[in-house]
Design a protein around this ligand. Sequence first.
Ligand code: FA5
Length: 367
Amino acid sequence: MNELEDLVRTAQAAFVASSTANDLENAKAQFLGKSGRITELMKGMAALSVEEKKTRGAAINAAKQAIEGALNERRQALADAELQAQLKAEALDVTLPGRQRAQGGLHPVSLTLERIEGIFGSMGFEVADGPEIETDWFNFTALNTPADHPARSMHDTFYVEGGHLLRTHTSPMQIRHAVQHVKRYRDRIDAGQGMPEIRVIAPGRTYRVDSDATHSPMFHQVEALVIDEGINLGHLKWTVEEFCKAFFEIDKIELRARPSFFPFTEPSLEWDMRCDRSVPGKITFGTGNDWLELGSSGMVHRKVLENCGIDSGRYQGFAFGFGLDRMAMLKYSMPDIRSFFEADLRWLKHYGFAALDLPTLDGGLSK
Ligand code: FA5
């Protein structure tokens, strides 16, 4: 009997010494496994008499149950310890204040773009989109600016492989859109029924080798194109004026048209707006003795219409291209165009385009 009590004690000690579930299973095999100590003792009963087998068998069974009891107890203890360790590792302080989700805002260029699209949308203009990597044909040649034309030097740009370039203005969209329009109404045009008017704006990114406070190597323009029978300079002036009134939210503006030159428009005009800049850092429109350049425009050149397959004897058009970033600078009184592309949160916060003090979940204020 002592031998069995010893065995139980040895098993209990081995289980207690097992610090992991794996160790415990190995220890179990030594006592309760197929070739473990209990199995060996069972096998040893073969030579005993029936009476002896009864007493010996009962004693071995009792020892086996004691060992199994000790094993289960240790298993439970290890599982509890593991759970405690996990709970400790994943401890959560529910009294901590919640993490605040920072509130972003739209960039002034995006807001300006949305605003411009909204205003022209209300005037019945479609919005067209086109590639920023252009061919020489769309960016220059189709716009009546052949390879040897001096006007090309004003649009120094970034050339990429395969004779392509980063577009220097949004005017190539005039050609792309007009060509598509003619294609779409080919049957009507061929039947002598004419085509519906073109009334479209094309905003987007443009590129030039330029950099100072009012020029950036990547900037945004918005192009407008209207082509129909009987379009004249009066339509151009009215559209520019109405757009400016809506954009700057003022009823009284005074525009000045200056003669200019673009190979793709004839005549060509640049538009300035009367303003007052006598107070440093402040600009007021509609009064004052100063003029601010807004953008360029003109009546679409006969050759450009013809390059798009449009009958220049029947149709006339106007087009203009305004600097979108410049419009944003004027609208929000921002002095330096380079700040637009520096992704400086302090600048966005300063002009109110990113949240400043937001309430956190614990009622405090974030900085
Ligand atoms: C053009 O780009 C012509 N395509 C506009 C046009 C369209 C004329 C249709 C006639 C008919 P211009 O180079 O002037 O024109 O540029 C137009 C406007 O883009 C400028 O008035 C200015 O507001 C803006 N701009 C030009 N270069 C830059 C630059 N580097 N950074 C920021 N804005 C610029």
